[in-house]
Design a protein. Structure first.
Length: 115
């Protein structure tokens, strides 16, 4: 789970762990790239609007590096720039904050089934 909001990171990690997922959290895309070891994860949940590298840019960078990782993008914004990022994400599932538990699990299921 990658989000610059510590509260969101904790809440999503707790939710995933309660559903028997192993969850690790990162405050930025750069931190994930430096320490995350993408090959160890089944699914990436990342905020679209991260400071520095965006969640979408992270997904694209992983693809460029040959590290395909199913991903779900999340956002609390609906401004034109964010809507454009969502459009460019194409088939990557995305959720608008706040989202429900079932919405997250369904988006993760779709992402893992596609990739």
């Amino acid at each position: 789970m990658i989000d610059d909001d510590a509260g969101i990171r904790t809440a999503v990690a707790d939710l995933l762990q309660a559903a028997d997922f192993t969850a690790r959290t990162f405050a930025s895309a750069e931190e994930f790239l430096e320490r995350g070891q993408p090959e160890r994860f089944d699914c990436l949940v990342a905020d679209i609007n991260l400071p520095g590298m965006t969640g979408l840019a992270l997904v694209q960078a992983l693809g460029t590096m040959g590290k395909t990782l199913p991903a779900v993008l999340i956002t609390g914004r609906d401004d034109p720039a964010t809507l454009d990022l969502i459009r460019r994400a194409g088939s990557v599932p995305h959720l608008r904050k706040p989202f429900g538990d079932d919405e997250l699990f369904e988006a993760m299921r779709r992402a893992m089934a596609a990739g």
